[in-house]
Design a binder for this molecule. Structure first.
Ligand code: HEC
Length: 167
């Protein structure tokens, strides 16, 4: 029996599978990177990865969530008003949360989070303080990307590899 052609055929298939698989992995990777990057830019600068300013009720331009909620999402205060932690793990904590202003709310889910950001309605159906802008310029995809970014903020930070670091 001559196995030569069969072997050649099967190793050819393996090659195609490897190359094809690599392509799929590569494009999957770039989708993940660009979604997180879009979320990060909105979070930090109020501008999408494509450079679109996100319209909001304060008329702020080039300013994102980070200005009030902090670079790592843990909150603080702005104009004397307490600003809550909005990392996704904190928002979805089953205990819920009572803010320093006395507003009590149940845990968020993805849908109630979107209502808070776009319409200023919290997870308990109460209006948020007007200091929190209503981000009317976010598309459905922007909101998903922002969510992904807030989820990534809640994860323990990976160990920092040795420098020098270039930003
Ligand atoms: C100008 C300051 C400011 C900016 C900018 C801002 N926020 Fe807020 N945000 C607040 C304040 C203040 C509150 C608390 C309101 C309250 O307690 O009624 C808040 C509340 C929230 C809440 C509700 C938290 C809870 O526990 O109910 C979410 C979610 C939120 N912000 C998301 C965002 C996102 C996402 C962005 C960016 C797209 C953003 N915020 C930008 C000030 C800001």
């Amino acid at each position: 029996m001559n196995l030569g052609p069969r072997l050649a055929l099967s190793s050819g298939l393996v090659m195609v599978a490897l190359m094809g698989g690599g392509g799929i992995l590569q494009s999957f990777g770039s989708v993940l990177v660009s979604s997180l990057e879009n979320g990060r830019q909105i979070y930090r600068f109020g501008v999408t990865a494509e450079g679109r300013m996100v319209e909001n009720s304060h008329g702020m331009k080039g300013v994102g969530c980070a200005m009030c909620h902090g670079p790592d999402g843990r909150g603080g205060s702005m104009h004397g008003i307490p600003v809550p932690n909005i990392t996704f793990s904190f928002l979805t904590d089953p205990e819920g949360y009572e803010s320093e202003t006395g507003r009590r709310r149940p845990p968020y889910n993805e849908e109630t989070f979107k209502a808070a950001v776009v319409a200023g309605i919290d997870s308990g159906g109460d209006p948020l303080h007007p200091e929190m802008p209503r981000w009317t310029g976010l598309t459905a995809k922007d909101l998903e990307d922002l969510l992904d970014y807030l989820k990534s903020l809640g994860k323990p930070k990976p160990p920092i590899p040795e420098g020098p670091y270039v930003l």
